[in-house]
Design a protein around this ligand. Structure first.
Ligand code: SAM
Length: 196
């Protein structure tokens, strides 16, 4: 395996010391996207929020800050990411405001219509079956709830074979049942928002 392939594998499922180092770097590198999420104003105080592929846990921390009376859940299928997210959000985890669980997007361990808002930063291009995984997200989202994907466009182009274009993504979201789908771009990032 080349060094590049090893780094991609670590970004896809961080593990051990190198994985933890990458999670710290991602926490810093993706903070601009967190700010963009706040600016877009899609998360409201009191919301029950899920961040899928929560990585090093920086987004959980941001979501907790902008949503003081809500509850923030994170899932990630990497054991290392769960450990690091818990460490990043130590206080909020201790007081029960932030809950982090090891789980895959393909089988989200929550009941139907549990969340007001679901976010996914820099992760959907790694999911094993985007069609079914978006259906699983739809299942746990409340009626009127929002699903927000934010990703660098070049990563979508690099990692994905299907759902690379805006019209393909729109079709997928519509076929799953999302009613209002918006896409905006900024600095080479794409934000896709679907409302159930
Ligand atoms: C590039 S990192 C992004 C982490 C974080 N969202 C951020 O913006 O810094 C991708 C994350 O998605 C997680 N991930 C990838 N595939 C997943 C899946 N099928 N289910 C849950 N998490 C997944 C990885 O373990 C990793 O932590």
């Amino acid at each position: 395996m080349t060094i590049l392939q090893r780094l991609i594998q670590q970004a896809k499922k961080p593990k051990g010391f190198v994985g933890s180092l990458m999670l710290r770097i991602m926490n810093m590198a993706h903070s601009g996207m967190n700010k963009w999420l706040i600016k877009n104003g899609n998360v409201y105080d009191g919301d029950i929020v899920l961040d899928i592929g929560c990585g090093g846990g920086k987004t959980l921390q941001t979501l907790s800050k902008i949503n003081p009376s809500g509850k923030i859940y994170g899932i990630d299928f990497s054991e290392q990411a769960v450990k690091d997210s818990i460490r990043t959000n130590k206080m909020d985890v201790a007081n029960g405001k932030v809950i982090v669980t090891q789980a895959s997007v393909s089988s989200i361990p929550y009941t139907d219509q549990f969340f007001d808002t679901i976010t996914a930063f820099q992760t959907h291009y790694f999911w094993p079956d985007l069609g079914n995984d978006v259906k699983e997200v739809f299942r746990v989202l409340k009626r009127g709830g929002k699903f927000i994907i934010i990703s660098e466009l070049y990563k979508i182009n690099y990692h994905m074979n299907a759902y690379k274009t805006k019209s393909e993504i729109k079709q997928l979201f519509e076929s799953v049942g999302f009613q209002s789908i918006h896409m905006i771009e900024n600095k080479g990032w794409l934000c896709i928002t679907g409302t159930k």
